[in-house]
Design a protein around this ligand. Structure first.
Ligand SMILES: *Cc1c(COP(=O)(O)O)cnc(C)c1O
Length: 389
């Protein structure tokens, strides 16, 4: 019997088309031709989670009392550790009971937050370029995205003043992410103060994705949104263990901020998921309390790779955005070449796979992203190839 085709939801049609088909094809082709491709594409730490965190997981996983459903809002000890993380950063008085919520990775929180805030006709302010989930979660919630261009001449900060009055009136939620993926740009305290003022004035909730807050170099310390006095009224910040402790596969993060927004997000989550496995949260406590800062060996490896690649780019005369944060390098494409063209050229000529900017939004045309999350000897090999040695 021939079945009628499945009619999928219109929601799925809202998603932007997948831009990388052509690139995937090229990669497969290069590998088929015997090119040993060095992958600077994915932002996923190559090094393992530090041993003491894994050991804590194993210890906790052996205990039967940890095998039942976790609590919806997260273990008290985990939420406490998050509050202490902030207090070490100088943000005191975070109430672990009402102002902290455990997430199944920051992606999960970002994906669900609009369901708690957005009605059809509400506008969400979405940075372009940006992490793609800000847009997809907006669309899934029936919201209308309004793109905030991040321009290099403005250090990849959005110009909030430029948002038209009629957009502000409908805006309910603003996504931000500093230190930024993919541009590597950083925000200072002044900018966050402006954000809070804007949010208060326009009754917009701010969601600051702080995935790279601690991935900084040369003594630079990135500010948290919550360092602003008003931030816990106007929004929340999402911190993740993924990048700090090489825990991307573990799926654990936290939302911290406005208690009403936290409660609303919890309401959504209670109807979708059942929390994070307790041993993972306990291991997260070990990471935050005993580890504190990101794994020093990993940070040293990133620093070494950064210097190797940046030196090489300097020698080649390739220009890039200078920053002291994230494990990415944001490289400008040569004049007249699109990011996809340049990506293809770099793959064909050197066997290096990078991410074309256009994958993060229209405004990232003109850039490619290198991720430093690959073994140091691979970076060394890439440098050799680039310098023709
Ligand atoms: C990696 C990344 C995330 C996802 O982090 P998880 O906590 O692993 O879900 C979110 N936002 C940005 C900007 C990222 O780069």
């Amino acid at each position: 019997m021939i079945m009628k085709p499945i009619r999928f939801s219109q929601r799925l049609d809202l998603l932007p088309p997948y831009l990388f088909n052509e690139l995937d094809r090229m990669k497969v082709e290069a590998v088929r031709q015997g090119v040993e491709v060095i992958d600077f594409g994915i932002g996923d730490p190559d090094r393992p989670t530090p041993g003491f965190i894994v050991e804590e997981l194993c210890r906790q996983a052996a205990l039967g009392q940890n095998h039942r459903y976790p609590s919806y809002k997260g273990m008290a000890s985990f939420r406490q550790a998050v509050a202490e993380y902030y207090s070490r950063r100088g943000v005191t008085g975070v109430d672990p009971d009402t102002e902290v919520l455990t997430l199944i990775g920051s992606k999960e929180g970002i994906a669900h937050l609009p369901l708690a805030l957005i009605d059809p006709s509400d506008v969400v302010l979405v940075p372009d370029p940006g992490y793609p989930v800000y847009l997809s979660s907006t669309l899934f919630a029936g919201g209308t995205p309004y793109f905030l261009p991040l321009e290099e001449q403005n250090d990849f900060l959005p110009d909030l003043e430029a948002i038209p009055e009629q957009v502000r009136r409908k805006a309910k939620l603003l996504f931000l992410n500093y230190p930024n993926n993919p541009t590597t740009a950083c925000a200072n305290r002044d900018f966050f103060e402006q954000v809070c003022a804007f949010a208060e004035e326009n009754r917009v909730i701010v969601c600051h994705d702080a995935s790279y807050l601690d991935i900084t170099f040369n003594g630079y310390k990135a500010p948290s949104l919550l360092e602003c006095e008003r931030a816990r009224q106007v929004g929340l910040e999402i911190i993740s263990l993924s990048k700090n402790y090489n825990m991307t596969g573990w799926r654990v993060a936290a939302a911290v901020g406005n208690r009403d927004v936290i409660a609303a997000l919890l309401k959504i989550k209670m109807n979708i998921d059942s929390g994070v496995f307790d041993p993972i949260q306990k291991a997260g406590v070990a990471a935050m309390v005993r580890g504190g800062r990101p794994d020093p060996d990993t940070m040293a490896a990133y620093a070494e790779r950064r210097i190797m690649l940046l030196d090489c780019l300097d020698q080649l005369g390739w220009s890039y955005y200078r920053t002291d944060a994230t494990f990415y390098i944001w490289v400008r494409t040569p004049a007249g070449q699109t990011s996809l063209d340049f990506t293809k050229q770099v793959l064909q000529q050197y066997g290096l796979l990078v991410t074309p900017g256009v994958g993060f939004g229209k405004k990232a045309e003109g850039y490619i992203r290198f991720s430093l999350t690959l073994p140091t000897d691979r970076v060394a090999e890439a440098v050799k190839r680039l310098l023709g040695r």
